[in-house]
Design a binder for this molecule. Structure first.
Ligand code: ADP
Length: 243
């Protein structure tokens, strides 16, 4: 076992794994640019198991880039991201995608459901990609829909359900693999306020019931109010909101 270096060598494990009990996800001094555009310029944060955290801030502040770095979708140019006892920002693409499939769930602004599949099949999809058999995946998808009070949507295609219903199905899909962290990027951004509230209630309740952490990107205070803690992102840097 090696100590973490400033930039985190590939797959490095912590010298003291007990540290990972208090911190599920930790980002230290992240920097990331797109060409000449700096998106992150020293972002740091820590998320504990089961915590619901909102990343707030104006458009272009770096919220989505931070979320993508935390989830191992993007690699930072400087700094590191640690999940439990592993430095994920230094892993290979294959290791990071395996980690995302097994440990993380995702909800995007537009549900991004596969239009050719039924809602139940959409929910079963992440399980199938993880090697779960068809029957078992389908049973678990139906069970998840049932627990969220959405069973009547099982056979419908995404084109046959409303935007709010589609986003609730996307929440079910994010939760079906029992992830440890759910990443939600503007999950209510395409919804009216009533549907937005319903999706946030569903997302936060279900996340809390499964003891997962939720990292939520939003620019709406009304949505951030569902979190335990808000972190403001501005000009690619993070600041906690004063209590
Ligand atoms: P936010 O989520 O707070 O709106 P982003 O993280 O999406 O902010 O973007 C931060 C900055 O990085 C912005 O200036 C944005 O234009 C830029 N940016 C983000 N993603 C890309 C990309 N894929 N290519 C080029 N520039 C990008």
């Amino acid at each position: 076992m090696t100590d973490i270096t400033a930039d985190g060598a590939a797959g490095t494990r912590l010298a003291d794994p007990a540290e990972a009990v208090t911190s599920l996800l930790r980002a230290v001094d992240l920097h990331k640019s797109f060409g000449a555009t700096p998106a992150l310029a020293g972002a740091s944060l820590e998320i504990k198991p089961g915590e619901v955290v909102a990343l707030m801030g104006p458009s272009g502040a770096g919220k989505s880039t931070l979320l993508h770095c935390l989830a191992g979708i993007l690699g930072p140019e400087r700094g590191h991201v640690r999940y439990r006892d592993r430095v994920i920002s230094g892993m290979s693409d294959a290791e990071r995608s395996a980690l995302r499939r097994r440990e993380f769930g995702f909800v995007f602004q537009f549900g991004q459901l596969v239009p050719e599949l039924s809602c139940a099949e959409n929910i079963a999809l992440p399980l199938r990609l993880n090697g779960v058999g068809r029957r078992d995946a389908h049973r678990r998808a139906l069970d998840r829909l049932d627990r969220l009070g959405l069973l009547e949507l099982a056979r419908k295609r995404p084109g046959e359900v409303s935007g709010g219903q589609g986003q609730r199905v996307a929440v079910a899909r994010a939760l079906v693999g029992e992830p440890k962290v759910i990443f939600a990027d503007e999950p209510t951004g395409a919804l009216d306020s009533m549907n937005g509230e319903q999706v946030m209630r569903l997302l936060t309740q279900a996340t809390r019931e499964s003891a997962a952490a939720l990292v939520l990107v939003t620019h709406e205070p009304r949505v951030a109010a569902y979190s335990d803690r808000e972190i403001v992102v501005r000009d690619g840097r993070t600041r906690p909101v004063p209590a």
